[in-house]
Design a protein. Structure first.
Length: 679
C-alpha cells in the first residue's frame, strides 16, 4: 500500500464516511484501482482455469437434456474452454495489463454463452431447449460474482448475455408466457447480480481504505515508539547516546566477551576544568561547548562505527570492539587531539593552557579482570584519575600497576561500600570561625577514606566514583549521622555543615533520610546545614527549589558552596534563597592585588545585596582575614584558622575557646603565620 504514503488519516476517514452516490477522491480511487488491478491479475489465472474446467464439465447436462447435440457441444466446450484457459493464463504470465485481461474475460464469458446457446438451439427437442436456456444465468453469475471484475466489465458481459437471451427467446419461442417468465428471470438476475457486484466492489474499496487506515495507524505507532525509544536513549543537549544507552552497549559487549571471547575497549572522557568554564562564560556557552565537543568526538567514533555517549555532566564515554591495549590508547589519543584542535578558548583554567581540553581514561577489557562489566568502568575511571593527576589534557590506559598506586586498589562500588563496615571511612571537621569573637561558629564535616593497606585516598578520587556508582547515597547518610552525633554530644557547637552531591539531590528519599537522622540524634534541625555546590544542576531546576522548601520547613539550613563568578552563581542567588553563601577560596587567594581585592569586595557586596550572609573560604594568612574583615565579613574558613581535624581535636578546640564576655585579639589568637593548603 505504498501508493497511500501521501494520504492522511483525516482524508481516509472522510473517504470512508462518504455515501455510495458521492464522488470518490481521485487520488484514493486511483490508488485503489492500482492495488485492485494487482490483486485481480494474481487471481485471474487461477479463476479462469476453474471456469474453463466447469464449462467443459457442464457437458454432462448436455448429455442429459439434449443428447443429440452432445458431440457438437462437447467439441465446442473443449475448444472454447481450452482456448480461453490457455490464452488468459499465458497473458497473465506475460504481465498483460489487468484491464485488457478483464475485457477479454468478460467477452470470453459472453462468447461461451452465445456459442453454447446457438448450438444447443439446434437440438430436435425444442421443449428441452426452452428450459435448458435458463442455465445461461450461470454465465451471468460467473461474470458478476465469480470473477473479481470491475463493475463496468461486469455490466458489459451481463448486459450482453441478458440482451442476447431476450432476442433469442423472442425469436425461438412462440410462447409469450415463456418470454415473460424467463425474460424477467434474466432481467431480475441481471439487476440483482449487478447490484451485488456493485456492492462487493464498493465494499472492496472500503476494505482497502480501512486497511490503509490501519497501516497508517500502525506506522504512526511504530514511529512514535521509535521516537520515544530514541528520546529515552538520547542526550538532549548533544544528541549523543545517553548513559542508559551506553550501559546497554556495555552489557552487549560484555556478553560477547563472555560468550565468544570478543574483547572491547572503553574510554571515559572528562572535560578539564569545565566548572570554571561555566563560571567564566555562563551555562549557555557551556552547553554550546559540550555540543561542539560531542560533535567532533562523534565524527571520530562514527568513522569506525564506535558507540559514543554522554555519561553525565561534562563526562563522555566511548565503547568499541578492540583487540589490543594499543588500539584502545590510539583511539583515545585521536579523540584527545580532535578536541584540542578545536581551540575553544578557556581563560579560566588553573594551569598553563588556555583552551578546552579533555582528560581520558581508557581500559581494555582483557586487562580489567573481573566478573562484572562495571569492572571495566572502574578501570577506565582509575586511568582517568591518573590522567588528571599527571596534569590533564592526556590519555592514560589502565594497567595492573594502577591497582597498587597511591590511591588504593580497584577503587569501585564494592570497595566504597565495604569502607564503612571495615572502618576505613572516617569523618574530620574543619572549623568556621567568627573572627569578631574568636569562637568556632560552625564546622564542616568531611569524609576521609583509606584503602585496605591503610593508605589515604584523596576525596578527589573516591567522591566522583561514589557519585557515579550511587554509593554516595550510603556514604552521604553515614556522614550525616556522624555530623548529627557530634552535634548531640557537643551543645557548645552551634552548627555542623555537610556537603550534598547532585546524586543525593536527585534521590526522592533524600529529605526523608535527613529528617530521620536529625530525629534519631535528638537535635534541633537548625543546627544542621547542608552545603549545595553551585552548578547548572540546581539553577533553573524546580525540583531543587521544592527540596529547599521542604528542608526549610523542617528547619534545616541550606548553604550555597563554592560561590564564584559567572551566570550560574548569579542565577542561584536570584532564584534560590540560601541561609549562607560560601565564597570560593580562589577569590581570597587572589586578593593580594588591588584588582583581586576589588573583585572580592564586589562579590561580598553582591551577596549582601541579595540579603544573604557570606562565609569566605581558603584563608591561609592573617592579613587576608584583616583585609576581608574590612569588607564587613566576620565568618572565615581556612587552614590559617584550622585544618580539618578529628572529632576529639575539635572538642578540645571548643573547650579552649575564648570567653565571649572578654575582648578578642585576632593577631594574638592566630598570629600572622602563613599556612599553605595542599588539598
Amino acid at each position: 500500500m505504498s501508493e497511500m504514503s501521501t494520504a492522511t488519516l483525516d482524508q481516509l476517514d472522510c473517504e470512508i464516511g462518504k455515501r455510495w452516490f458521492q464522488r470518490r477522491s481521485s487520488i484514493l480511487h486511483e490508488a485503489f484501482k492500482a492495488q485492485h488491478a494487482h490483486s485481480t491479475r494474481e487471481e485471474m489465472g487461477r479463476a479462469c482455469q476453474l471456469v474453463g474446467m466447469l464449462y467443459i464439465a457442464f457437458g454432462a447436462m448436455d448429455a442429459l437434456l439434449i443428447s443429440d447435440m452432445l458431440p457438437y457441444l462437447m467439441a465446442l466446450r473443449v475448444l472454447i474452454g481450452g482456448a480461453y484457459v490457455i490464452g488468459i493464463v499465458a497473458q497473465v504470465r506475460r504481465g498483460v495489463a489487468t484491464r485488457i485481461l478483464e475485457l477479454q474475460c468478460c467477452l470470453g464469458i459472453y462468447v461461451g454463452f452465445v456459442a453454447w446457446l446457438l448450438l444447443a438451439a439446434q437440438s430436435s427437442d425444442a421443449n428441452a431447449i426452452l428450459y435448458y436456456a435458463g442455465y445461461g444465468l450461470i454465465f451471468m453469475l460467473v461474470a458478476n460474482l465469480f470473477f473479481n471484475l470491475s463493475s463496468e466489465f461486469a455490466l458489459i458481459s451481463s448486459g450482453l448475455i441478458t440482451t442476447t437471451f431476450l432476442i433469442w427467446a423472442t425469436i425461438f419461442s412462440d410462447s409469450t408466457i415463456y418470454v415473460i417468465c424467463f425474460g424477467s428471470l434474466y432481467v431480475l438476475s441481471f439487476l440483482l447480480t449487478m447490484f451485488l457486484n456493485f456492492k462487493y466492489n464498493r465494499e472492496r474499496y472500503r476494505v482497502y481504505l480501512n486497511a490503509c487506515r490501519a497501516e497508517l495507524r500502525q506506522r504512526e505507532i511504530v514511529l512514535r515508539g521509535e521516537e520515544l525509544f530514541r528520546l529515552s536513549t538520547t542526550d538532549v543537549l548533544t544528541g549523543l547516546s545517553n548513559r542508559r544507552a551506553i550501559d546497554g552497549v556495555l552489557q552487549e559487549l560484555w556478553l560477547a566477551k563472555t560468550t565468544s571471547g570478543q574483547t572491547f575497549g572503553m574510554l571515559l572522557i572528562d572535560v578539564d576544568f569545565f566548572k570554571l568554564y561555566n563560571d567564566r562564560y555562563g551555562h549557555q556557552q557551556g552547553d554550546r561547548c559540550l555540543a561542539a565537543l560531542g560533535e567532533v568526538m562523534r565524527s571520530a567514533a562514527d568513522r569506525r562505527r564506535y558507540a559514543l555517549g554522554r555519561f553525565g555532566g561534562e563526562e563522555f564515554a566511548a565503547l568499541f570492539p578492540a583487540t589490543s591495549t594499543e588500539q584502545v590508547l590510539a583511539f583515545a589519543e585521536e579523540v584527545r587531539q580532535a578536541v584540542e584542535a578545536l581551540q575553544i578558548p578557556h581563560a579560566a583554567r588553573r594551569d598553563a593552557l588556555s583552551t578546552v581540553t579533555v582528560s581520558i581514561g581508557a581500559a581494555f577489557s582483557a586487562d580489567a579482570a573481573g566478573d562484572k562489566p562495571e569492572r571495566t568502568v572502574t578501570a577506565a575511571d582509575l586511568a582517568l584519575y591518573v590522567a588528571k593527576e599527571e596534569g590533564r589534557n592526556r590519555a592514560r590506559v589502565f594497567n595492573a600497576r594502577m591497582l597498587h598506586g597511591a590511591e588504593g586498589d580497584d577503587l569501585g562500588a564494592e570497595t566504597l561500600r565495604s569502607a564503612v563496615a571495615d572502618g576505613r571511612i572516617s569523618a574530620v571537621f574543619q572549623p568556621i570561625v567568627d573572627v569578631s569573637t574568636g569562637r568556632i561558629w560552625a564546622a564542616e564535616a568531611l569524609m576521609r577514606l583509606k584503602d585496605a593497606e591503610g593508605r589515604a585516598i584523596s576525596p578527589e578520587a573516591f567522591i566522583p566514583v561514589a557519585e557515579r556508582t550511587g554509593v554516595i547515597l550510603e556514604m552521604g547518610a553515614w556522614i550525616l549521622r556522624e555530623a548529627c552525633d557530634l552535634l548531640a554530644s557537643e551543645p557548645a557547637l552551634p552548627i555542623v555543615s555537610v556537603n550534598v552531591s547532585a546524586r543525593q539531590i536527585d534521590d526522592p528519599d533524600f529529605v526523608g533520610t535527613v529528617e530521620a537522622v536529625v530525629r534519631a540524634a535528638g537535635i534541633a534541625p537548625s543546627r544542621l546545614a547542608l552545603e549545595i555546590t553551585e552548578s547548572g544542576q540546581i539553577s533553573g531546576n524546580p525540583e531543587v527549589a521544592r527540596l529547599m522548601d521542604r528542608l526549610s520547613e523542617s528547619g534545616i539550613r541550606v548553604w550555597l558552596d563554592d560561590f564564584g563568578t559567572g551566570f550560574a552563581g548569579l542565577t542561584c542567588l536570584s532564584e534560590l534563597r540560601f541561609d549562607m553563601v560560601k565564597i570560593d577560596r580562589f577569590f581570597v587567594q587572589s586578593c593580594d592585588t588591588p584588582r583581586g581585592a576589588k573583585l572580592l569586595k564586589n562579590i561580598i557586596d553582591l551577596v549582601g545585596n541579595c540579603s544573604q550572609r557570606p562565609i569566605v573560604e581558603g584563608v591561609e594568612e592573617a592579613r587576608q582575614i584583616e583585609l576581608v574583615s574590612s569588607f564587613g565579613v566576620d565568618l572565615f574558613q581556612g587552614y590559617h584558622l584550622g585544618r580539618p581535624m578529628s572529632r576529639h581535636e575539635l572538642k578540645r578546640r571548643l573547650a579552649d575557646q575564648p570567653n565571649p564576655e572578654e575582648p578578642f585579639d585576632l593577631t594574638a589568637a592566630f598570629g600572622d603565620c602563613v599556612v599553605h593548603s595542599t588539598a
